[in-house]
Every structure is written in C-alpha cells, then in structure tokens.
Design a protein around this ligand. Structure first.
Ligand SMILES: [Zn+2]
Length: 98
C-alpha cells in the first residue's frame, strides 16, 4: 500500500557515475555514464539522460533511492502534476530539436 505521507514522485540530480550493483550505469543511446536526473515514481526509479533518453533502471530500487537520495530536489504529491512539470505528459513526444 502506498504511504500517503510520502510524495508520489521525487526527482534528484546525480552528477556522479552510478553503480549500485558494481556495474556503472550508462545511457544505451549515447554512452553517457554520469550526470543523471533520477526520478523515483512510486516503486520504480527511472534514469533520464542529457540526450533526453529515459528508462526504468531495475538496478536502482526504491530502497536504494531512499538510502542515497534523502533530499530530493523536487517532489510532487500528484502524478499528473509531476508529469506536466517534467514534460513527461506527452506534450513533447515526437518533437525534434534541430
Ligand atoms: Zn544519453
């Protein structure tokens, strides 16, 4: 059961490499290996790259997030508000920056 005292979505910058299981996480598109915005959405942790690729990272658990990122930069109580704030609501889907 979700704990109503906790925000639904938390975001935190992480400038250093991440290797929660001893394997450094890298972007599958551009091979970047550091400088992540991390998103904790409910029980899942997502990584977003500067190249705008994002993915669910199963090596990063909610527990890991809680242990290492105790002071998130942004928090939202409402899923839809967070998605709009993060431009994850589909508004920019398919937009190409030339
Ligand atoms: Zn990338």
């Amino acid at each position: 059961m979700p704990n109503p005292a906790r925000p639904v979505i938390r975001a935190v910058p992480h400038p250093d490499p991440l290797n929660p299981l001893g394997i450094t996480i890298a972007c599958p598109l551009c091979d970047a290996a550091r400088d992540w915005p991390l998103l904790n959405i409910r029980a899942h942790v997502f990584v977003r790259c500067r190249c705008a690729h994002e993915w669910h990272e199963p090596d990063l658990t909610r527990d890991y997030f809680d242990q290492h990122f105790t002071d998130p930069e942004n928090e939202w109580d409402d899923f839809n508000t967070a998605m709009r704030a993060l431009a994850f609501d589909g508004l920019l889907a398919g937009v190409m920056w030339n």
